[in-house]
Design a protein around this ligand. Structure first.
Ligand code: NAI
Ligand code: MG
Length: 494
């Protein structure tokens, strides 16, 4: 018998905004359509949201175009004032932290403690970080032969279409919007259909902070309709996307006609490498957080744990024991460590992979089934005796399922770690500084952690090698996506 879902003692979260933001105004879609957003912990509808289609995207893009036109309020605004608006927006987000955290937890299912101490403060930090950059985006002077003076300017790319996923709704919005606005671009943001609520509330706060109309437009809706219309729109200069690599392939094809600038942040099958000389307590705790945080719905999830043969059996046992102690349940309970998966499709996909793992002969040491009789909860699952070619070891599951793989030595583990088309993140646990650096040097990944995992900060670039992405977000690097470099050469009269 499965335990009943704990009653969610959700505080009465007020849903203030369900309409789309176009040209500074919240409005219904042109066709008046709506879609339901669901609470994944209860499978109940939270609210009906205005559904954007091609016509709404067109209006939003035109508003963004107008806001970007020469002589517009936004173009005339001093860079420092753009920064001030981002600071003001960050302040409002912090002021409304409890409300935003509750909305995020309601819509996404992530534990309230994570929303409060992670997602919401991190979104404010990203806005503030890029607010600080706004008046520090400089060109260079370059010496060339002859009587010339050459300098570069960095100009905003223009109208940016930004398409984001549901796993970190507020943070993904902030990662996309902040550098674009700091650079002087204008934006049409399409939140994921599963999690539109916090983006819309953030939009309200942006208007309160004082961004001019049309600078930030937010159109909720589905990928193949609203998302595709944004990608195809001839007046959009750039698309920034986070999600599945297969969606990125569609976007790349669709964007070819207008040669839009593209940046992608995609998935992973990140290797988490544990050498026998590692601090075992830390490595077990680290491996647990690496895969199970955010219920495994994390692009850099440490889903392939490579463990050296001398400590393999002990490690699997200890990881399973630690995993079985994780507290699943009501996302609004501050003690909850893991909430539900985002929706029925992801829930089904994860359970399908768990069954495949068993069929292919891996040993399910703990978990391996749904939890509760309601809500999309999946027990954190550890597989031992996994072979590299099994589906659970090669496909991105995007759920709380870790494959523990046995390895002998450094050369072997590097080869196996790199034997994937992904290259987002990797980690190594060892007390040997030489091995740590060798892994950092040889593993193909945009981020490598040594004796830690999932440490992501707004100041440090983040992104993928190979099919895990194109371009980098965050840090100074993240600004490059939103500027064009112009070279000006002046003839100096003798
Ligand atoms: P997805 O890539 O379909 O959705 C992400 C965003 O793209 C959403 O806003 C969606 O509406 C939009 N989209 C979908 N199709 C589009 C199209 N044709 N044109 C323009 N926009 C489009 O990802 P989905 O279906 O939510 O999840 C499927 C798998 O993708 C997951 O199981 C996971 O493996 C991976 N994923 C990876 C993420 C990451 O952070 N790297 C985030 C979300 C999903
Ligand atoms: Mg999809």
């Amino acid at each position: 018998m499965k335990a009943k879902t704990p009653r969610t003692h959700s505080p009465s979260v007020k849903i203030r905004q369900t309409q789309m933001l176009i040209d500074g105004r919240f409005c219904d879609g042109v066709e008046g359509k709506t879609f339901a957003t669901i609470n994944p912990a209860t499978e109940e509808k939270i609210a009906d949201i205005a559904e954007g289609g091609e016509k709404d995207i067109d209006l939003a893009v035109k508003a963004a175009r107008k806001a970007f036109a020469e002589g517009s309020a936004w173009r005339k605004l001093a860079a420092r004032e753009r920064g001030r608006l981002l600071f003001a927006w960050a302040d409002l987000i912090e002021k409304n932290l409890e409300e935003l955290a509750a909305l995020e937890t309601l819509d996404n299912g992530k534990p309230i403690t994570a929303s409060r101490t992670g997602d919401v403060p991190a979104a404010a930090a990203v806005l503030r970080y890029y607010g600080g950059w706004a008046d520090k985006i400089h060109g260079q002077t370059i010496s060339i032969p002859g009587p010339y003076f050459t300098y570069t300017k960095r100009e905003p790319v223009g109208v940016c279409g930004q398409i984001i996923p549901w796993n970190y709704p507020m943070d993904m919005a902030a990662w996309k919007v902040a550098p674009a606005l700091a650079a002087g671009c204008t934006v049409v943001l399409k939140p994921a259909e599963q999690t539109p609520l916090t983006a819309l509330r953030m939009g309200e706060l942006a208007m309160e902070a004082g961004f001019p109309p049309g600078v930030l437009n937010i159109v909720p809706g589905y990928g193949p309709t609203a998302g595709a219309a944004l990608v195809k729109h001839p007046q959009v200069d750039k698309i920034a996307f986070t999600g599945e690599h297969k969606t990125a392939q569609i976007i790349m094809r669709e964007a070819a006609d207008s040669l839009k600038r593209l940046t992608f942040e995609l998935g992973g099958k990140s290797p988490n490498i544990v050498f026998a000389d590692a601090d075992m307590d830390e490595a077990v705790e680290g491996a647990c957080g690496a895969i199970f945080s955010n219920a495994g719905q994390n692009c850099c999830a440490g889903s392939r744990a490579f463990v050296q043969e001398g400590v393999y059996d002990e490690f699997v046992d200890r990881l399973a024991q630690r995993t079985a102690k994780r507290k699943l349940g009501d996302p609004f309970d501050p003690a909850t460590e893991q909430g539900p998966q985002i929706d029925r499709a992801q829930f089904d996909k994860i359970l399908k992979y768990i069954n495949l793992g068993r069929q292919e002969g891996a040993r399910c040491v703990t978990g391996g089934e749904r939890a509760f009789d309601r809500g999309y909860f999946v027990k954190p699952t550890v597989f031992g005796n996994v072979q590299d070619k099994m589906a659970i070891a090669s496909d991105e599951i995007f759920g709380p399922v870790v494959s523990v793989l046995r390895f002998k030595d450094l050369d072997e583990v590097v080869g196996r770690a790199n034997n994937t088309f992904y290259g987002l993140a990797a980690a190594v646990w060892t007390r040997d500084i030489g091995k740590a650096h060798a892994i950092a040097d040889r593993v193909q990944a945009g981020t490598v952690w040594v004796n830690c995992y999932n440490v992501v900060d707004t100041a440090a670039p983040f992104g993928g090698f190979k099919m895990s992405g194109m371009g980098r977000e965050l840090g100074e690097k993240g600004l490059e996506n939103y500027t064009e470099t112009k070279t000006v050469t002046v003839h100096l009269p003798a």
